[in-house]
Design a protein around this ligand. Structure first.
Ligand SMILES: Cc1cc2nc3c(=O)[nH]c(=O)nc-3n(C[C@H](O)[C@H](O)[C@H](O)COP(=O)(O)OP(=O)(O)OC[C@H]3O[C@@H](n4cnc5c(N)ncnc54)[C@H](O)[C@@H]3O)c2cc1C
Length: 479
């Protein structure tokens, strides 16, 4: 046991090292690092073990805020030698909370945030602690971007490794489709590069397979000319019009230009100054979007959407891409209780809409929302077999985003989410791994399909045969 303000049980196999032996080992380890080692008795410990989802309350034996690749290699070797389990933290946003673990060692990238844009090759290389806000800031300096998250505090690392769906997904594919290369520390501590020409099998698995195969210390992405001004925003309608609005969304999405990516969303309007007072604290339905082509063209393309029905408010306007990228930040603060259930939809059928409306009418928390991400476009043109990321034929990704402040209300909010999902699941086909909670192996399998899952298991056997990296949406090595 390592002593702290509260006790922490170190997850080790019996007989490896005595308590005092482990304490000495930690002390030697600390002096070997360029970064910081945070132990339970340190003042930063409670802050450092927090992740975005306030429901996650794990107590690692130690957190290494790495300063470079050498710290990562040392951490992996230290954990191996001392039989400690390991978790890897990029932006700490994953709702499942796998970025931290009880009793093990957390490799924390929050100090590794460098981004270097290479104008000649049209790429940007970023360290794994970078958030999308930080990445966009560097790339937009040159009028460039790649598909990133809708909330600027989300980490690029877990996001890209799980796939990556954002405002540019229909124009430039998912984030992992834009990955050119990655530096990866394997379970044996060896650093390798994965790309189309080096370790192709690993490169295939990294694009969608999550953190299963190693620790990525550098991501190289293709970047594209975007903005700096795009046409973004949302139209908001009263919930009473949701049936018509969602049917319109489905039809409008069907043949829309690749330059346009939309999000259908049902939520409770906050008392925000940019929303009319009469809808404050009422349930609404909105279609948000980003048109990343020329603004005048976008104004024409978006006309039917903006002229449909009588919206309570139309917030579409030309805005810097970076502003759009943080447009939703206020509705996703860290520290709240979060429980999500998700699935891809081949079609947003009338029956699916009815189910959504039925459960939305019983929503227990005004902070919860239903998100319907439009897919298609370039996302669907990427060959399914070209990477681990799957379900390229899905038209939408549905996410029941259940959020509430007080843990006292966990039971009713979780029950609602589960019942809602149990009802809508029949319309879904597979799930996006980055929206998964702790849902078990069958659901991880559903993210890839049987055949790909088996291929991923073979890859896991090659790169991580002992399943050393298992605090993730885990793919066990093939027998
Ligand atoms: C507010 C919010 C908004 C979101 N919006 C979107 C969105 O618009 N589109 C979308 O597609 N998804 C979205 N997501 C989901 C998001 O893709 C995942 O939560 C993703 O895992 C976040 O990455 P992270 O680095 O912040 O997560 P972390 O929790 O730090 O990491 C998640 C997992 O990734 C692995 N990992 C992280 N870093 C590394 C590394 N360097 N090497 C190896 N493995 C690593 C680990 O297994 C870790 O457990 C959102 C999530 C939140 C909370």
């Amino acid at each position: 046991m390592i002593k702290g303000t509260e006790s922490v049980t170190v997850e080790v196999n019996a007989g490896v090292k005595s308590e005092s032996g482990l304490a000495t080992a930690f002390s030697d380890f600390k002096t070997s690092l360029r970064g910081e080692l945070i132990l339970p008795q340190d003042k930063d410990y409670d802050l450092a073990r927090k992740v975005w989802n306030g429901m996650i309350d794990k107590r690692p034996a130690a957190i290494v805020r790495c300063a470079g690749v050498s710290d990562v290699i040392r951490s992996i070797k230290f954990a191996m030698e001392n039989n400690l389990t390991i978790a890897v933290r990029g932006g700490g946003h994953n709702v499942a909370g796998n970025a931290v673990c009880d009793g093990g060692l957390v490799i924390d990238f929050s100090r590794m945030k460098s981004v270097r844009v290479d104008l000649a090759s049209g790429t940007a290389r970023a360290e794994p602690g970078t958030t999308w806000g930080e990445f966009d800031r560097e790339t937009q300096q040159f009028g460039l971007a790649t598909t990133g998250g809708l909330v600027s505090s989300t980490g690029i690392a877990g996001f890209a490794l799980g796939g990556g769906i954002g405002w540019l997904v229909r124009k430039y594919g998912s984030t992992c489709d834009n990955l050119v290369s990655a530096d990866v520390v394997k379970a044996n501590g060896e650093l390798v590069r994965a790309s189309e020409s080096e370790n192709q099998d690993l490169f295939w698995g990294l694009r969608g397979g999550g953190g299963n195969f190693g620790v990525v210390t550098s991501f190289e992405f293709k970047v594209h000319r975007v903005g700096p001004m795009v046409l973004g925003g949302l139209v908001v309608h009263p919930l009473a019009k949701a049936r018509e609005v969602l049917s319109f969304f489905r039809e409008f999405a069907r043949d829309s230009s690749d330059d346009l990516t939309m999000l259908g969303v049902l939520f409770t309007a906050p008392p925000a100054p940019f929303l009319p007072e009469k809808i404050h604290n009422t349930q609404v339905v909105a279609i948000a979007g980003c048109y990343c082509g020329p603004i005048e063209e976008g104004e024409e393309v978006l006309k039917p959407l903006r002229e449909f029905g009588t919206p309570e408010v139309d917030l579409f306007q030309p805005m810097p891409y970076r502003v759009l990228q943080s447009f939703l930040d206020a509705v996703a603060p860290p520290g709240l209780q979060n429980y999500w259930k998700s699935g891809y939809l081949a079609e947003l059928s009338d029956e699916a809409i009815e189910t959504i409306l039925e459960y939305n009418s019983k929503i227990p928390s005004p902070l919860s929302a239903v998100h319907i991400h439009q897919l298609g476009g370039q996302f669907s043109r990427v060959l399914d077999e070209s990477s681990a990321f799957s379900h390229r034929d899905a038209s939408f990704a549905l996410n029941i985003v259940s959020t509430w402040p007080d843990p006292k209300h966990n039971e009713k909010n979780i029950a609602w989410t589960r019942e809602f999902f149990a009802s809508i699941q029949r319309f879904t086909n597979g799930v996006y791994v980055n929206f998964l909670g702790q849902e078990g192996e069958e659901r991880v399998k559903a993210a890839y399909g049987e055949e790909k899952f088996q291929r991923l298991q073979q890859l896991k056997k090659k790169y991580d045969p002992t399943n050393f990296f298992h605090h993730n949406q885990n793919i066990k090595p093939a027998e």
